[in-house]
Design a protein around this ligand. Structure first.
Ligand code: FES
Length: 87
């Protein structure tokens, strides 16, 4: 079980291997295509990128360089760490 922390405030637990989409949606992050194509769900990962799944091809195509931005519809929890997200 990992933890996603939204805007230094809300904390939500996510099981290993589970998509973070649902908890992001509940935290108020907007979604549209849910396929990594539109960029609506862009989040900034402030800490704990290593606890998220590898970048998908869709994320690499949309975001370019693998920096601190991710597409929330594409990310899964990896391991049991803490991930700080800003949106
Ligand atoms: S909802 Fe379109 S890229 Fe995530």
């Amino acid at each position: 079980m990992g933890t996603i922390i939204f805007n230094d405030d809300d904390e939500v637990e996510v099981a290993e291997g589970e998509s973070i989409k649902e908890c992001c949606e509940e935290a108020g992050i907007p979604f549209a295509c849910e396929e990594g194509l539109c960029g609506t769900c862009v989040i900034e990962v402030e800490e704990g990128m290593e606890h998220l799944s590898e970048f998908t091809q869709e994320e690499s195509d949309f975001l370019g360089d693998q920096g601190c931005e991710r597409l929330a519809c594409q990310c899964k929890m990896k391991g049991s760490g803490r991930v700080k997200v800003k949106f």
